[in-house]
Design a protein around this ligand. Structure first.
Ligand SMILES: Cc1cc2nc3c(=O)[nH]c(=O)nc-3n(C[C@H](O)[C@H](O)[C@H](O)COP(=O)(O)OP(=O)(O)OC[C@H]3O[C@@H](n4cnc5c(N)ncnc54)[C@H](O)[C@@H]3O)c2cc1C
Length: 422
């Protein structure tokens, strides 16, 4: 590239401006980088999601100065969590962090827009209705993008290109990012939105079914039903009837409330519940959010994971000279490893839950944790991603559990606890 094009070179071009891309743009702009954020959609807009942000994600929003605006938007704080399973009704306070004692489920047109606005305030440029078409390479390195907008096709040089463009990432295909872990889809999901019910946040689990109720803006509660993936072809033929029948069968109290409530918006659903980690870095490029790692939506971790990855990526790049390509590649490799190490266990947990089996050993575990509020709270902290299995399954906890207890159909927890004590 000549000197003129070097002057036009962005430090970072980020493709995709939702929770992954906009939060990364915000953090990298705050590092003083010259950032261009693009999205092919017109913003603000909604996207398929049941919106729940777990406490670790809420803590990041608070650290970044976004949480006050989420609260000011009228998004209700979710201060309790309920879990109705195997004849047990567990309830606990939302696991607190030093930043908040609530979770939130903001509409995506609100959350994503707040992140974009904060990124722009921090100095990032934002162009919506702008699509990534091609990458520009010098030797093997990505050194820019070709994008399409109403003004036509143009080339934008960049020192780093980040794909935050969702599970079907165009950047991932263009750079041929390989899958490092991939599992078959195991669930499918439909959700509806209701006005006139007061349910709080919670789960209802039965064999072959997982139902979630999630209050969001404007007095609306989302009701989500999960089914086994192999039933998708049947369910999609009459999804509303199947959705309501599942609520009636598996969460009768909730169904009772729906009788007097008004359904707003249409029914939304998908069978495209992919499970994978892609290789998330290469020469001059990185993948963030669903583009690099997608998991079944049953544990509602995608937004929290995306925010977490943005923080990891910006930490990895902090102070790094982006002209030092070898240094950048080392930072990106470190980011990929940290992401995998941190998100591998929640991925397995989601995959196990999404199989929609309630094994005897898991029932044994749930009965044991129902015995004390501390254990119940600890279990919800584990589900929220605030602690990991080794922190929950201490040897003291293991002593309270029957020898057959397992969390999500996986390893035996007594032996896991024994391992953590060594
Ligand atoms: C049914 C369902 C329910 C869910 N519920 C929850 C939940 O309750 N909580 C939770 O945390 N997660 C949930 N998720 C997951 C969550 O929605 C995703 O993990 C999250 O949206 C990922 O964010 P992202 O920014 O990585 O990608 P996305 O939200 O997919 O955004 C990608 C963006 O990239 C843009 N883009 C794509 N290609 C291009 C291109 N070529 N050029 C320019 N722009 C492009 C798109 O327009 C889009 O705006 C759910 C998912 C589903 C399917």
């Amino acid at each position: 590239m000549d000197d003129g094009s070097r002057r036009d070179t962005y430090d970072v071009v980020i493709v995709g401006a939702r929770c992954a891309g906009a939060s990364a743009a915000l953090l990298l702009a705050r590092q003083g980088r010259r950032v261009l954020l693009i999205d092919r959609m017109r913003f603000p807009s909604d996207t398929m999601s049941t919106l729940y942000v777990h406490p670790p994600g809420v803590a990041l929003l608070a650290r970044w100065g976004i949480l006050d605006a989420v609260v000011a938007s009228g998004c209700p704080p979710l201060t309790t969590v309920g879990y109705d399973v195997a004849g047990l009704r567990l309830t606990a306070a939302t696991p607190p962090t030093p930043y908040s004692d609530a979770a939130y489920a903001p509409r995506r047109r609100v959350l994503d827009e707040l992140l974009v606005r904060a990124a722009v305030e921090a100095g990032a440029e934002f162009h919506d209705r702008t699509s990534l078409r091609e990458v520009v390479r010098r030797d093997d390195r990505v050194v820019g993008v070709r994008v399409q907008s109403a003004e036509g096709l143009r080339t934008i040089p960049a020192k780093l290109v980040i794909g935050a463009d969702g599970q079907g990432s165009r950047l991932a295909s263009l750079v041929d990012a390989p899958f490092r872990t991939a599992d078959q889809p195991v669930s499918c999901v439909y959700y509806s939105a209701w006005q006139g019910i007061e349910t709080g946040f919670g789960y209802h689990e039965r064999p072959g079914s997982w139902i979630v109720r999630i209050p969001t803006h404007d007095g609306i509660t989302l009701v989500t039903t999960y089914f086994p993936q192999e039933q998708f072809d049947r369910i999609r033929r009459d999804p509303l009837a199947e959705h309501l029948a599942s609520v009636e069968r598996n969460a009768p109290d909730l169904h009772e409330q729906l009788r007097d409530a008004e359904r707003v918006d249409g029914l939304t659903g998908t069978g495209n519940q992919q499970n994978f980690f892609r290789r998330a870095d290469g020469p001059g490029w990185a993948l963030l959010g669903d583009a690099g790692h997608h998991l079944d939506s049953i544990t509602a971790r995608g937004i929290t994971n995306a925010l977490t990855q943005s923080q990891l990526l910006s930490d990895a790049l902090a102070g790094q000279d982006l002209d030092d390509t070898a240094g950048v590649d080392t930072c990106l490799a470190g980011f990929t490893k940290e992401t995998y190490d941190l998100l591998r266990e929640p991925y397995r947990m989601a995959l196990d839950l999404a199989k929609l089996r309630i094994t005897d050993s898991r029932v044994a575990l749930l009965r044991a944790i129902a015995r004390t509020p501390e254990l119940t709270a600890g279990y919800f902290a584990l589900l929220a991603g605030l602690i990991d299995r080794s922190e929950f399954f201490t040897p003291e906890v293991a002593d309270l559990l029957p020898s057959s207890a397992t969390t999500f159909g996986g390893d035996r927890e007594r032996s896991a606890a024994a391992g953590s004590a060594r």
